[in-house]
Design a protein. Structure first.
Length: 288
């Protein structure tokens, strides 16, 4: 079936026609190589690592390094997120090593396992908003206030281990434990050697702030109220009062769930292309 998207009547098109057009419009964005996210991931980690010698040597005051470190840790997840979906290169491709390297290196400031996050994130996509199977379902809350009250009391959650065991990867539970032990061990060593404040403001507190920000913009906002399931219902678009950059590009998270291998930086353009179709499909576009 041939369709001309410039003249199609979206209101009268059949579901089959809309499906064909949707795939046609999305296809060009699936072939874009994500140079931006690669530079972002490696540069962000290098900047965060550089803060430590700069602060220890007195070149950079701790009060100035703290907001930079917080930004670095918050920004560390998203390059890994693209790598989790093998957007740089799939298994067996020449640049697969770069995809995996980016996934691991970008997460150093967050002190998290790339493999743990990859496997649990895949389960989130398969079971978004399923109360029993979605590993991120525990972030759902009825209101902004309820979300923060819940997350401050339980910042790390407890469903990832259950998910890894269920999908047959129990060895990754221990990998996650090792990452946490290494993180705590480094913090303890720094505190023991007289750098407790530096450890707290360059890593411990930025990590807590970053996790709260990530759960808010990547999990709660794009899925609230978290009660619907299905391709066009389990995710939504939303308008952030702080703008798309501040929300980590998650205003267009609905595009990511529809087409997980569209690079993060290209989801806004893909959303603009697909918006008439998403409106016909009854998607919640949150005023965008």
């Amino acid at each position: 079936m041939a369709l001309n998207e410039s003249v199609i009547d979206y209101n009268n098109a059949t579901d089959a026609e809309l499906d064909i057009l949707e795939r046609k419009l999305a296809a060009p964005y699936l072939r874009i190589f994500p140079w931006g996210i690669i530079v972002w991931g490696f540069t962000n980690t290098l900047v965060w690592l550089a803060l430590w010698p700069l602060v220890f040597s007195g070149v950079l005051p701790l009060w100035a390094a703290f907001p930079i470190a917080t930004l670095n840790v918050a920004l560390s997840y998203l390059p890994s997120h693209d790598a989790q979906h093998s957007i740089i290169a799939r298994q067996g491709k020449p640049l697969r090593w770069l995809n995996e390297l980016l996934g691991h290196v970008s997460l150093i400031p967050l002190a998290s396992s790339f493999r743990v996050l990859r496997h649990t994130h895949f389960e989130h996509h398969r079971n978004a908003n399923n109360p029993q199977l979605d590993p991120d379902h525990e972030v759902h809350a009825e209101s902004f206030r309820d979300f923060f009250r819940q997350q401050i009391g339980n910042p790390f959650g407890n469903r990832y281990s259950e998910t890894l065991v269920r999908v047959g990867r129990p060895e990754l539970v221990m990998e996650g434990v090792v990452f946490n032990l290494v993180f705590l061990g480094i913090l303890f060593t720094l505190a023991w050697t007289g750098y407790a404040i530096e450890a707290a403001l360059l890593w411990w507190l930025p990590r807590h702030i970053a996790l709260l920000w990530l759960k808010f913009y990547l999990a709660w906002m794009p899925h609230r109220p978290g009660t619907q399931q299905g391709r066009y219902r389990d995710t939504r678009a939303f308008r952030s009062v702080m703008g798309n950059l501040w929300s980590g590009g998650m205003q267009f998270h609905i595009i990511h769930h529809l087409y997980p291998t569209i690079p993060l930086m290209n989801t806004p353009a893909a959303f603009r292309e697909l918006r008439p179709i998403l409106e016909r499909k009854g998607c919640d576009l949150g005023g965008l």
